[in-house]
Design a protein around this ligand. Structure first.
Ligand code: NDP
Length: 343
């Protein structure tokens, strides 16, 4: 058969600078994996690219182990079962797998999740109905505790996390202010997603624009960015504001603003104290057991009713995954970043 080979993208080297580059990845052709007893052979259909992968490229202590040099980059995918020695799966089943940046994988059947697709594209389970969607929902609900009439601000607002945070906030009666890079993304927030205001973080007067967009201050700041955006947010936080700290894109992209020499810690801690702020970091899976079902119920219903929109930014070909990943870190994506691995 012509398809006896598989491809994979491995971590070739760890980034020597804050910015990752194409040299840190290598595309390899390998033999087709052979499943052993109790395993299934899957073909990866769609791979999800997510910001956390940048953290895994470093050899530093974190909530998850670093990727290993010479091994496939980690990642979640939607896949099709090709062969199965497990009674639980048959060829043709669509499954959600943690198989990394690979075209094929032999995986233990135990722990594989069959997708009941229910009228949605399978890829939605990598975005709005998957890990990023759950991150948005759980961070907002559990830590953000949104209340009608309040003001919420979220960065990376056109991405799968930020876009859902803002739309859920609107459904709950909050004023939603989105931060995004560039006019096109800001227009999308206003015209398509119904945000009340959208501010381009690249504007030289960004902090002033944000202040004008939040005349009553900020009650929930869903932190996706850090750095200059955080500095602009701190003075606007209201008494008892809640800050779910979800991610720090400015650090992952390796493009911190020029004034990093200035120490904002004192200002931040003073705001925490004097305004009784609640700042709470989280990794989505700490909430899975308790809240995942509630999330799927609420968000799938809103999607079905057309009350929530989501966009996918699809790159074709696994060999193009490294460039698509670097583009996402630089904000050149528009929506959930996916790689179509097989046609
Ligand atoms: P996105 O698809 O939104 O991609 C990241 C976006 O970050 C880019 O498109 C860019 O958008 C923005 N960005 C990058 N650098 C900067 C910068 N210096 N300043 C401002 N914006 C920047 O990603 P996701 O929706 O998948 O993830 C959003 C956030 O959620 C990330 O911080 C991620 O780490 C976090 N996350 C956390 C999880 C958790 O469990 N805690 C789980 C999943 C995600 P733009 O062009 O608009 O600037």
């Amino acid at each position: 058969m012509a398809t006896q080979q598989a491809i994979q993208v491995v971590l070739a080297s760890r980034p020597a600078t804050p910015r990752a580059s194409l040299e840190n990845f290598r595309v390899e052709t390998v033999s087709m994996p052979v499943p052993s007893a109790g395993q299934v052979l899957v073909r990866i259909d769609t791979l999800s690219l997510d910001p956390y992968m940048r953290g895994r490229m470093n050899d530093s202590k974190s909530y998850a182990k670093p990727a290993e040099i010479g091994q496939p980059m980690p990642g979640e995918s939607v896949a099709t079962v090709l062969e199965s020695s497990s009674p639980e799966f048959v060829p043709g089943d669509i499954v959600l797998v943690q198989a990394g940046w690979r075209s094929h994988a032999a995986l233990d059947a135990k722990g594989l999740k069959k997708l009941a697709v229910e009228g949605f594209n399978a890829s939605a389970y990598l975005g709005v109905l998957g890990m990023p969607g759950f991150t948005a929902w759980s961070g907002l609900e559990v830590i953000g505790k949104p209340k009608a009439g309040e003001t919420l601000v979220v960065g990376a607002a056109t991405g799968p996390v930020g876009s859902l945070v803002g739309q859920l906030a609107k459904h709950k009666g909050l004023r939603a202010v989105g931060i995004a890079g560039g006019e096109k993304k800001c227009a999308y927030l206003l015209d398509e997603l119904g945000f009340d205001a959208a501010i381009d973080h690249r504007l030289p007067n960004f902090a002033d624009e944000l202040r004008s967009a939040c005349p009553d201050g900020i009650d929930v700041y869903f932190e996706n960015i850090g750095d200059a955006v955080w500095n602009a947010v701190v003075p606007l936080l209201n008494q008892y504001a809640r800050v779910p700290v979800c991610g720090l894109m400015a650090q992952l992209s390796g493009k911190l603003s020029h004034d990093t020499s200035k120490d904002y810690l004192a200002q931040t801690m003073r705001a925490v104290l004097t305004r009784s702020l609640q700042i709470r970091g989280f990794i989505n899976y700490e909430f899975t057991e308790q809240y995942f079902d509630a999330f799927i119920r609420e968000v799938s219903a809103l999607l079905r009713e057309g009350k929530i929109k989501h966009i996918e930014d699809v790159t074709v070909g696994l060999e193009n995954a490294p460039q698509a990943f670097l583009d996402m870190l630089d904000g050149r994506n528009f929506g959930k970043v996916l790689v179509q691995v097989s046609a």
